[in-house]
Design a protein around this ligand. Structure first.
Ligand code: PEP
Ligand code: MN
Length: 339
């Protein structure tokens, strides 16, 4: 349940309610808004009568939360959550945030060329993998630390923020030192130890939906990060596995408005992995923005046929520049800007 305090409630009122919550063996997570404080009750509350709290001084109302996720829910945090990034970029605000770059850092030249191209097209967040979660152990595994340092250097030269995937809890401190956003990949969405570790990393997290996860499972995974005290979480729809084989995955467009309704966390669409086919990336990106996505994650490579990973879905710099124009028009049509 969620306990909404009156605007005039004092610290003492709040303290009394929290004490009662804790005496029942539950935890109280407090969210202080500008005019109202909300307490989310965490734990097995099945045997607690919400009316217990209605009588407390300072309590305005008690709202039962009909789902298993709490901190990620709109009931707990009605206003859209906004992730503040480098360069004044706000993920979850009015602008659709573009994040683009190669699937993986392959070399300084490849990274530099791609970064300059997406930067010239107006992108402020550079994406690239350095620890690659490959399905086959024989595929290119990424440049690791060397790639991470390259990524930081190139992004700094252009004044861009960095988003990159972190694969293991051991890698979190190093990646957090060099990246503005820690990406949790689809294959790690339910790696709960990793989720708790990024929950303590003090950096924004982009959590990708596992290709076989329901939206509730995705939100429960986000809950692992939030409950550790990290409120800077964004969700990413990157395609789910269906019976369809003509595309790599099936981008679940329903997930965008459904997640926005269930949760106040920003929602990002990844049309690259969602389709696996470069020629489908722009139309699906446009659909994502039209459906209400707060950001797009797009793979770009200067020479897709030579890419060491995901070449089939990589856009050339010129195709990406066209996508940017189209996204600007669609964003404008739904009352949003692009940054
Ligand atoms: C990626 O963004 O590079 C990636 C590996 O994505 P996913 O985890 O969605 O497959
Ligand atoms: Mn990729």
């Amino acid at each position: 349940m969620v306990i909404v305090m009156r605007a005039k409630a004092t610290e003492e009122h709040l303290g009394t309610v929290v004490e009662r919550v804790e005496s029942l063996g539950l935890r109280a997570h407090i969210s202080r808004g500008t005019d109202q404080t909300i307490i989310s009750v965490i734990g097995d509350e099945r045997f607690v009568d919400p009316r217990t709290f209605e009588a407390f001084e300072g309590v305005e109302r008690v709202v039962p939360v009909p789902h298993r996720f709490r901190l990620a829910s709109r009931d707990f945090h009605p206003k859209d959550r906004v992730l503040e990034l480098r360069g004044g970029v706000r993920l979850g605000g009015n602008d659709v945030v573009m994040m683009a770059g190669p699937c993986a850092v392959e070399s300084r030249e490849q990274l530099q060329e791609t970064a300059e191209a997406v930067h010239a097209a107006g992108v402020k967040v550079l994406r690239a993998g350095v620890f690659k979660p490959r399905t086959s152990p024989y595929s290119f595994q990424g440049l690791g630390e060397k790639g991470l340092l390259m990524l930081r250097e190139v992004a700094d030269e252009l004044g861009m923020a960095v988003i990159t995937e972190v694969l293991t809890p051991e890698d979190v401190p190093q990646v957090a030192e060099h990246a503005e956003i820690l990406q949790i990949g689809t294959r790690n969405m339910a790696n709960f130890r990793l989720l708790r570790t990024v929950g303590n990393a003090g950096k924004p997290v982009l959590l990708k939906r596992a290709w076989g996860a329901t939206l509730e499972e995705l939100l429960l995974a986000a809950e692992y990060v939030l409950v550790e005290g990290n409120e800077q979480v964004a969700l990413c729809e990157r395609g789910i596995r269906t019976y369809e084989t003509s595309t790599r995955f099936t981008l679940d467009i329903n997930a965008v408005p459904a997640l926005k309704q269930m949760s106040s966390l920003p929602v990002v669409v990844d049309p690259s992995h969602g389709t696996g086919r470069a020629e489908l990336v722009a139309p699906v990106a446009r659909a994502g923005v039209a459906a209400g996505a707060d950001g797009l994650l797009v793979e770009v490579h200067p020479n897709p046929s030579q890419a060491l990973s995901d070449g089939a879905q990589a856009l050339t710099p010129s195709a990406f520049a066209l996508l940017m124009e189209e996204v600007r028009r669609v964003a404008g049509a739904v009352g949003r800007g692009v940054s």
